[in-house]
Design a protein around this ligand. Sequence first.
Ligand SMILES: CCc1ccc([C@H](C)CC(=O)N[C@@H]2O[C@H](CO)[C@@H](O)[C@H](O)[C@H]2O)cc1
Length: 821
Amino acid sequence: DVDRERTRTGMSKTALKQGFLDNLFYIQGRFREVATPHDLYMAAAYTTRDRILERWIKSAQRYKTNQSRTVCYLSAEFLPGPHLANNLVNLGIVETATEAAHELGLDFDAIIAEEAEPGLGNGGLGRLAACFMDSLSTLQIPSIGYGIRYEFGIFDQTIEDGWQVEKSDNWLRNGNPWEIPRPKIRFPVLYGGYTEQYRDHDGRSRTRWVPAQIIDGVAYDTPILGYGVGNVNLLRLWKAEASESFDFQAFNVGDYYGAVHAKIEAETISKVLYPNDEPEAGKELRLKQQFFFVSCSIQDMIRLQFNTVGPLDSFAEKFVIQLNDTHPSLAIAELMRLLMDEHDMDWDRAWDITHRVFCYTNHTLLPEALETWSVSLFERLLPRHLEIVYEINRHFLDEVRVHFLGDEDRVRRMSLIAEDGERRVRMANLAVVGSRAVNGVAALHSELVKTTLFKDFHDFWPDRFHNVTNGVTPRRFMVVANPRLSRLISETCGSDDWIRDLDRLRDLEAHAMDSGLHERWHEVKIAAKRDLAAWLKHRTGVLLDPEAIFDVQAKRIHEYKRQHLNLLHIIRCYQRLKQSPNQDMVPRAFIFGGKAAPGYFMAKLIIKLINAVAEVINNDPQINGFIRVVFMPDFNVKNGQHLYPAANLSEQISLAGKEASGTGNMKFSMNGALTIGTLDGANVEIREEVGKENFFLFGMSAEEVSQRQREGYHPWEHYAKDAELKSDIDLINSGLFSHGDTQLFRPLTDRLVNQDPFMVLADYRAYIACQDHVAEAYRDHRHWTRMSILNVARMGKFSSDRAIREYAEHIWRTEPHPIDL
Ligand SMILES: CCc1ccc([C@H](C)CC(=O)N[C@@H]2O[C@H](CO)[C@@H](O)[C@H](O)[C@H]2O)cc1
């Protein structure tokens, strides 16, 4: 009936209010007076979800009838961030919902803050997957995101005595209103055992895999609504369950642990996310996790193929599969297995489909992040897949030998199997050989992929290599995170079309000198800085001056990202102020955020040094607030949304050639921060777009870096000849920042002076000089504000919508399937 229809899906204030009260009563079983903040959040979430489900059903029906070509994005990590505010923006009902909440006497921000973040990822790669899902829906491209429903996501970070302490992230403890369990969408996943040959009914020799263990994967679906469209795509995450969750026989003989052993064994597979961001763990459970979601996902696609189109021949027409780095690359061997062993296809037909359906994105050049698995582990866990990998390799190397006659070195380099030392399966080589398209994530990175990492493959298949520079969704990182700036941009541009067509930000350029806009622009920034200062005061006790330059470096802690170079500048400023306290220094607040992989000692020591330097400087009366240093705990999508709007300066200072792209650089710049950075990753393209004069560039280029490394790099020479650099490092060794303990930071300073693998000392002088330029530039508010406006105006390219359009056009060849509202 109309009323029920209205309260379940109506977009009016009345309908939202009624829907909220109904959900609070019927789902939470609460009335207002006794409802907890969590009840209120759940009621708000269900009320919002109600308005998505209808579009979801409609999209699924339409895609089915249209047999639409579907993009399947396979990723071991997804960092969607909290859903509520983002879904209200994409439904276009933020204002209405805010008013409805107000009229019901609810604290809207408190309800939003109640949501637990689904931290199902480490950093850039996982967040990119989430931005891409938002853009795929907004561009109305049918797609499914496939991943793992980790029970425990990335750890929560607390800082105790300056050290990172990891707390387990039980994000599901209070339930998750955004997911719908699909107990009937369940697939068996096989492990271990052996394979055997047999003759099938037509006498053909076939292979059967006799597994040692079978566990089930169960689907949990989360709707991904596009912005201002009727399209809702699917995020399907798999949970591991025992096919038999209780063994009664064991129970009957009193073996209670035995009775639940299979259940516990199975569930460990989707229990926890590996918190490593680059170094490869090579752990058995990690391989089991990767095969788990890959096998469920491919089986699910085959089920959908049969349900919609029918025979498997057109599988590569119906689907395109994007491998988000090598973590899901087992999918290539798993599709071959299913097509041959389960669906009677011969090798060539199976390979033809497989090779045409897969595409692979590389996200890192760091050798230690390139996954390889020991043949012994692979054989024990996935005996059938090893056979298939060998067969793929045999076919492939035959082609290589023919093409590069007599070049056995190249054959050895290109082989899927590393033969030197322990034999290992090279997952990156498998991903390249099994995919029809390989891309990097920024122009410089994609060039380096072709000229270094995959040079042999590029020589062999030049047309297979592409570039698609990363992007981020302006819905979350501008409209949700920075409503003040978004409103000002819409007013100045005269519409909010920029939200779905970011190139429209260019309309701001004409107003870049307008003093009225300058004023409001400054107000928006200072308001965001006040909010962040209050937020940080509450969490860290450190009080920041909103008039100071908010200089922010927020990203995973890693030596190639060079948070320690940033620290050397801070110590330089400190020493300068100590030496001449009356100098007219521009006050600066140095804000850090980022998690270190729990096993990464040097990264954890860098966090400790940041907090140690902060403690000394923040409590030094002589500094008197001119310098403040703060480490924001638990940097994640949710907390990051407090940072981007408040930053004046975005630190993107990685060693050139190491950061594949970066995406934080885009988020800061889109919120009016100016960038100090190297010619690395997407910094190069940001500088091209915003204009050289609106970007603080320093340091060696990637070419100069490899030149220096070829010539031999001797960091201590910089230490020896640069007195300021020496005194900054010596101050760390003096024990000033460690209560007199001169040994605590030795591992860090010794590594800097003796190895310095990421050439911090080589870029130090240029960095310090560039930071001085920044301070001078900030004195001229008009000039700074103009640069800030121009930065935002010229960030259109870095929308994830543009990136997805490029994938769709150049790699996936998929069309939009509009679902009208
Ligand atoms: C096996 C452990 C592991 C886990 C994650 C990764 C990711 C590839 C690391 C990652 O997140 N890379 C980042 O990907 C972003 C999205 O493309 C880029 O913007 C960053 O530059 C890149 O470091 C490597 C190795």
